[in-house]
Ligand binder design. Structure first.
Ligand SMILES: Cc1cc2nc3c(=O)[nH]c(=O)nc-3n(C[C@H](O)[C@H](O)[C@H](O)COP(=O)(O)O)c2cc1C
Length: 184
């Protein structure tokens, strides 16, 4: 029989938290661009396609989303773990992270935001609605464009190939990448 140990409530999310960490890419009202790692991201519905991100209200990304009413969710590759750490360590209200961390970028097709070069894929979104959850907001976006590395996707994400290795946050500085084993 499985032996269970009590899980502190503040850690409970960590057993469902290993979806890919994403980067919330936004435009600053001042004209430069910002990005921040977000572990709490989830699809909402397939048609019309929507997703949600949970964003702290004190983050620069938060005010940017409401100013521009659009954002891009980029899925970083496993080799970009250091960039995730860097961009999560400082606020875009203190520095231009793209310039400060020397991050090369591509541009969105429909949304005015910068996507770090080398990401596995990205989803461009228009702000649809938000739900106030106290210190954070649940921000729901409607996808208006999406693209993925052609070597990383064939009907599904090819996590068994090096091009499809995403990053999954287990807490603190610990990340994991998907295993090669795919059950069918
Ligand atoms: C791996 C990782 C996951 C994170 N997940 C979230 C998240 O889900 N929601 C959130 O509001 N902040 C999250 N953060 C914190 C923000 O990314 C961080 O505070 C960032 O500096 C905010 O930048 P900004 O002020 O430019 O928006 C995460 C940070 C890291 C490193």
């Amino acid at each position: 029989m499985t032996a269970y140990v009590e899980l502190p409530l503040e850690s409970a999310h960590r057993i469902i938290n290993h979806g890919p960490v994403v980067l919330l890419c936004t435009k600053n009202p001042e004209g430069s661009y910002n990005l921040a790692p977000i572990a709490w991201c989830c699809p909402v519905q397939k048609s019309p396609p929507q997703l949600l991100v949970v964003v702290g209200k004190r983050h620069k990304s938060y005010s940017n989303v409401f100013a521009a009413k659009e954002f891009i969710i980029a899925v970083p590759h496993a080799e970009q773990a250091e960039m995730l750490r860097q961009t999560g360590s400082v606020s875009g209200s203190e520095c231009d992270k793209f310039a400060h961390f020397d991050i090369n970028h591509i541009v969105g097709q429909k949304v005015d935001a910068h996507i770090p070069a080398g990401c596995v894929g990205y989803i461009e979104c228009q702000l649809n609605k938000n739900f106030d959850t106290d210190k954070t907001d649940i921000i729901v976006g409607q996808a208006v464009a999406a693209a993925v590395n052609s070597e990383a996707f064939d009907q599904r994400l090819l996590v068994e190939k090096s091009a499809g290795k995403t990053l999954h946050h287990l807490g603190e500085r610990v990340f994991v990448t998907p295993d090669d084993k795919v059950l069918q």
